[in-house]
Write a new protein. Structure first.
Length: 286
């Protein structure tokens, strides 16, 4: 064997040995890995790229969706089940945040078409596909996508993450990001925004967008946020996710009792109109 091929072999060995990948992401897989099994569940994180106040990264929703998908895959692996995490859909329907620099929205129509084609393709390999959404503005579009996929006979579900906190870039999301990526949270820039209940803000929000209601882009108050609280919120969301997935796809172990539906099982923002009723507010859960 030549020196060169030995070097190559060594490099391939390193790649092959990377079977300890904790996330079972498609970046770790080749096509033969999936050729022999039709029982794997594909999880597609669906997020957004939009302003999250002066203190949180634009990618916050996407990162929360990815984190929950990875944790689901880790839990499933402990149960010897196959959950594969797809690359995230990092752009969503964020028109209500468009007045803030950095918001990169593709709108509901483009998101719908993107997901329909993606699911048509994905279900050629995976019999079960879960859209894991962490952006409230995507909820109405996702409901339509799921309905469409069911009409075409595919077993595709959606699950909406809900941190059960304030609406957008407030204490809940700030805590989550402190748990996930504290080095990218600018706590010195964190400030309260519009703290009135979403139900009171919704009309104004729908008419004029988030900036007219909350000039700093925050719907809530980051005060009191902590990594510990963020971990607890993410753990709670994971429990709900596990419960929902287990009812549908028994391969995964876990606790909880939430259903996965074409419609959000709970209002996206507690105490306010659901995002399905109020797409403009659009911020979810997380
Ligand atoms: Zn968010």
């Amino acid at each position: 064997m030549s020196e060169r091929s030995r070097r190559h072999e060594g490099r391939f060995d390193v790649v092959k040995q990377d079977q300890t990948c904790p996330h079972h992401g498609v970046s770790e897989l080749t096509w033969p890995d999936l050729a022999e099994r039709d029982d794997a569940l594909l999880v597609v994180p669906v997020g957004a790229t939009e302003q999250h106040g002066p203190h949180l990264p634009l990618t916050t929703d996407t990162e929360i969706a990815v984190a929950l998908a990875q944790r689901l895959a880790e839990t499933a692996r402990r149960g010897a089940s196959g959950v594969v995490v797809a690359p995230a859909v990092a752009y969503g329907s964020s028109g209500e945040h468009q007045d803030f620099p950095g918001t990169l929205s593709i709108g509901g129509e483009a998101l719908r078409l993107l997901l329909i084609e993606l699911l048509r393709s994905a279900t050629r390999t995976f019999s079960c596909v879960l859209l894991l959404n962490a952006h409230g503005g995507n909820v109405p579009t996702l409901a339509g996508v799921i309905e469409h996929q069911r009409d075409e006979g595919r077993d595709v579900r959606v699950w909406h993450a809900n941190l059960h906190g304030d609406a957008h870039a407030g204490r809940a999301e700030t805590s989550a990001m402190l748990a996930l990526a504290p080095e990218r949270v600018r706590l010195d820039q964190a400030a309260a925004g519009a703290t009135a209940p979403l139900g009171e803000l919704i009309g104004h929000l729908r008419r004029e967008g988030v900036r007219a209601v909350a000039p700093n882009g925050v719907l809530g108050d980051p005060a009191g946020a902590s990594a510990q609280e963020g971990q607890a919120l993410l753990d709670g969301a994971l429990d709900e996710l596990l419960g929902a997935v287990r009812e549908w796809w028994p391969g995964v172990a876990g606790a909880g009792a939430m259903r996965i539906d074409a419609e959000p099982a709970t209002p996206v923002v507690a105490g306010a109109p659901s995002a399905a009723d109020a797409p403009v507010v659009a911020e979810a859960p997380a």
